[in-house]
Design a binder for this molecule. Structure first.
Ligand code: PLP
Length: 450
């Protein structure tokens, strides 16, 4: 069965879904697994190879979700698997908190080279995106001696209590957890399709920055008390919304003027997904702190908080993690970076452009497609009830996701009514065209049923 999954580039759905084995697992999951997890449809994965996933019943899917933008080099790339196996036989764990090991410094040197800007860098390793953000919050406070933080409406930075205090994507993610960190202020995020200031009299983003300087800094918090501004250069969970390059540059200037650190959360937009190493590179900004996770190790857990060397000067014991910088995860990350560097970042740029060229006509063609946007293979399609009102249409988006699943294409939503395309960066144009065809068919069906 696995051979078939390896051989085919396109899906093969053999039965009405979910199949019998999938049904069994879903039933057990409902009994045993935390119901806080969100599942859009009953995919029960068994194996993966490249951009393909085989389920427990032998159905084969084209994966345009990549485990939420994680499987950057595809599922089980042989070079990643080999690096993992080699390292697993050598040393599984040592704890970089208490002991030295080569992979920690090898990876740090590599990350310094690919990170935006030329200043020397240091890294702190953890295991996930939220931990990378927690470390950034602590480092920003520690290094500046200030405690206030700024983030954006629609942003998602994680779900532990610190990062959750920044997260402002969906109220359900914050509801029921009591008081979060105090001193966090949220700003409107520049969204070309849904300008938070109505018409958008200036260039997109100018009004958001005017709000920061004229309202937030004047009425809510003195900039001298602000440690950091956290931003996703392309909002992920919030709906795949890229911030304009000029906005990011102007924001960086404002931060520099006030001694505020700029933290780019590139947990989702990083590692080549946008067709460059970092979404920050499209704007030419050098964040003071960069948060990395998801695609960095092709599926093994690894979080990285990378900062200017001059900034990361906290004292021994100030912050640490038992598992952070696990040697096996770092081996996977080395192989991942090799592959991204040699072919897949360029592939993401090229195939992403191909896909975008096909999708940009959808706004004119479909009454419910309000906006198509993104960079590289980080693309979003926002659904609305009609072009005039721009009322979000989550029901159309959800139908498209469900119907694509039955046609063998794995998709995920983002934001209120956006479909996110975040495939492994290995897909080719045939797979991109197939996915686009399935989405077109599914939109047409959803519109007919509406
Ligand atoms: N930051 C961003 C931009 C994310 O997209 C995510 C997860 O989706 C996180 C942080 C949190 O990452 P994790 O789920 O690994 O904790």
């Amino acid at each position: 069965m696995f051979e078939a999954a390896m051989d085919t580039k396109l899906p093969l759905v053999r039965m009405p879904l979910p199949g019998p084995r999938a049904k069994q697992t879903v039933a057990l999951d409902e009994r045993y697994i935390s119901p806080s997890c969100t599942r859009s449809y009953p995919l029960v994965a068994q194996r993966g190879r490249g951009a393909m996933i085989e389920d427990v019943d032998g159905n084969i899917f084209l994966d345009f979700a990549a485990g939420i933008a994680v499987a950057s080099t595809g599922h089980c790339h042989p070079k990643v698997v080999e690096a993992i196996q080699r390292q697993a036989a050598e040393l599984l764990h040592i704890s970089g908190t208490d002991f030295y090991h080569g992979p920690l410094v090898d990876m740090a040197q590599r990350l310094e080279k690919i990170a935006p800007g030329s200043d020397p860098k240091r890294v702190f390793y953890s295991n996930s995106g939220t931990e990378a953000v927690e470390a950034a919050i602590k480092l920003a406070r520690y290094a500046t001696g200030r405690d206030k933080l700024i983030a954006f409406h629609g942003c998602f930075h994680g779900r532990t209590m610190g990062s959750l205090s920044l997260t402002a994507s969906k109220a359900v993610q914050r509801k029921g957890f009591g008081t979060l960190l105090s001193g966090v202020f949220h700003l409107p995020y520049p969204n070309r399709y849904r300008c938070p200031f109505g018409a958008g009299a200036h260039d997109c983003g100018d009004d958001c920055l005017e709000h920061l300087e004229k309202v937030v800094f004047k009425k809510l918090v003195d900039p001298e008390e602000v440690a950091a501004v956290f931003i996703e250069p392309v909002q992920g969970e919030g709906g795949y919304v890229p911030a304009p390059a000029k906005f990011l540059r102007d924001l960086a200037d404002i931060c520099a003027r006030h001694g505020i650190l700029l933290v780019a959360d590139e947990v989702q937009s990083g590692m080549g997904r946008t067709g460059k190493w970092w979404a920050s590179d499209h704007a030419g900004i050098e964040p003071d702190i960069l948060c990395i996770a998801k695609g960095v190790a092709s599926g093994l857990p690894l979080g990285v908080t990378l900062a200017r060397e001059s900034l990361m000067r906290w004292k021994p014991g100030a912050h640490a993690s038992t598992f952070g910088g696990n040697p096996v995860s770092l081996a996977a990350a080395q192989a991942t970076i090799d592959l991204l560097e040699s072919e897949y970042i360029e592939n993401a740029r090229r195939v992403g452009e191909h896909l975008m060229n096909r999708m940009k006509g959808w706004v004119g063609r479909f009454g419910t497609v309000g906006d198509v946007r993104g960079m590289g293979l980080m693309l979003g399609i926002e659904f609305v009830t009609d072009h005039g009102s721009r009322e979000p249409a989550p029901q159309i988006r959800d139908r498209v996701v469900e119907s694509a699943f039955h046609k063998g294409l794995l998709l995920l939503g983002a934001g209120e009514s956006t479909l996110r395309l975040s495939p492994p960066l290995v897909i080719d144009t045939e797979q991109a065209d197939f996915a686009a065809g399935v989405i077109e068919e599914s939109i047409a069906e959803a519109e007919r049923a509406a």
